[in-house]
Design a protein around this ligand. Sequence first.
Ligand code: PLP
Length: 389
Amino acid sequence: MQTFADELQALRAEGLYRSMRVIGGAQGSSVELDGKRVLLLCSNNYLGLADHPALKRAAVAGVELGVGSGASRLVSGTMELHERLERRIAAFKGTERALLFNSGYAANTGIISALVGRGDAIFSDRLNHASIIDGARLSRAGLHRYQHGDMPELERMLQEKGGKGRRLIVTDGVFSMDGDIAPLQTLVQLARRYQALLMVDDAHGTGVLGASGRGSGELCGAMDGIDIHMGTLGKGLGSFGAYAAASGTICDYLVNKARSFIFSTSLPPAVLAASLAAVDLVDSPEGAQLRAQLAANAALFKQRLTAYGFDLMGSETQIVPVFVGPAEATMEFSRQLLEQGLFVQGIRPPTVPAGSCRLRCTIMATHTTEELEAAAGSMRSVGTRLGVI
Ligand SMILES: Cc1ncc(COP(=O)(O)O)c(C=O)c1O
């Protein structure tokens, strides 16, 4: 029998071993890594809200209500702040109701395994996030995965698969490792035509995309056709946790059936208070200004990298993958960038398919033009040295 140590050694040999880097001090657009200041190009804190004074003040005020919630929501862990935040999110998303989950991972596994089960069918984009795949597996429904963004293939599957059970189409709004946006208008039409529910995981669009930050659905003009808006509070919103925004009936059903909701201690008050402040901020003129800055920053960075000859894999957002290919070369690229003061993670299997390893650069509204120009220049010199461009 192979030991755990043997398996870890095999991962090292394949260039697939993973370990954590420790940030000293606060999250920001630059951070301290091993005692050295580096530009942060791998955080999902897109708007810079994780260390925003308004969120920090709200969290401190929230602590007055205690540091923990003490129980799960259905026991004694529902505080007024949970309900206030859920009402605020529902108003923001334009749905009847919203329900909090403790993380995006917990939301996807809980929502999907509650809404469908044996005899039902899930239609899922091949590049959907791991938490969607895990939710689908947990549900025991038939899982039908269509090629990334391939709407004709999805339609064929909807015609041929699923029988008489419930049908759920589920997609990332913004694909987390590719930075492109799902064809939401077409997905809405297909869901209606084939009587399927449509669930959109907008972990990377919430707060960031659309004129008022409501996400990829707003950007695509598809908000009303989405049955379950899943979003996270720990990325663009700078806090922690996640939600499902949907009809009153679906949310009520999730309260009764979603195991990750039922069997887990609820989010603590400081986190809820910070999330409330985050939604208010995203929904304010300051939020609009941060979104505009983020879009301008992403456009500048992508323009420079494209001009230098990098393959950005069709990115349409602030998530900018830079194609490298093999795992070893990707990690070497990342290591040499760190020497130049740039913190960028290499992405390898199982997160992405073998042979499509990439650097995943993420842009923040709080990066300056000078920082991004210099970062693109460093990527050019390392990329040239390693033969990537
Ligand atoms: C598309 C997508 N969905 C869900 C998640 C999970 O969210 P969380 O980090 O809140 O668990 C992530 C984050 O990694 C993600 O990228």
